[in-house]
Write a protein that binds this ligand. Structure first.
Ligand code: FES
Length: 176
């Protein structure tokens, strides 16, 4: 191998791949653009999922009526709850049918029909049933469905304290 060849081969082995000015610019601008984009998008994503990140607080119970007013015949009581739906906070008035069962326990049923969500009423047909006027669903005094509706009426969680009845979240019926 001549001196010239040796020089050429050693020159080839140390040849580095250089970045062109165009590549450098596109990497730099791309990186800066991605950084700024993330800076704008991340707060939006955080804002969108914020309600999901909020820790659930303990169930809230609302004082509805004195225990002494509750007998075996269901009575309707209306009360207000504080409802937070995402960012929307409201205080709707809702109803419960409250009675004392054969077991002596006080229970409260939701008036929302399990067929399509109309409101049931107690004993409007004179047969000691809950009746839904929309499509004729009927339920027993404990909320068990007798016709049309596929499920029993839901219950409220009940807490008794200082002689008063407090109602909490709605749960599936535990009596039937
Ligand atoms: S909504 Fe009650 S029977 Fe249909």
């Amino acid at each position: 191998m001549s001196n010239h060849d040796q020089h050429e081969s050693s020159h080839k082995s140390v040849k580095r791949k250089e970045m062109s000015r165009r590549q450098f610019l596109s990497y730099t601008l791309g990186g800066a653009g991605a950084f700024m984009g993330a800076g704008m998008i991340l707060p939006m994503v955080r804002f969108a999922v914020d309600p999901l990140l909020v820790k659930k607080t303990e169930s809230v119970f609302v004082k509805v009526v004195a225990e002494s007013e509750i007998g075996n015949e269901p009575k309707e009581f209306k009360f207000q709850i504080n409802q937070v739906d995402g960012w929307y906070e409201s205080e709707p008035q809702i109803a419960a049918w409250i009675a004392r069962g054969q077991d002596g326990k006080i229970y409260a049923l939701s008036p929302i029909c399990k067929h399509l969500g109309c409101t049931v009423n107690w004993n409007t047909q004179g047969d000691n049933h809950y009746f839904c006027p929309c499509h004729g669903a009927e339920y027993t005094v404990d909320g068990k469905q007798l016709k049309v509706a596929p499920k029993p009426l839901d219950e409220y969680q009940v807490k008794l304290q200082d002689g008063n009845v407090y109602l909490g979240p709605i749960i599936p019926n535990t009596r039937v």
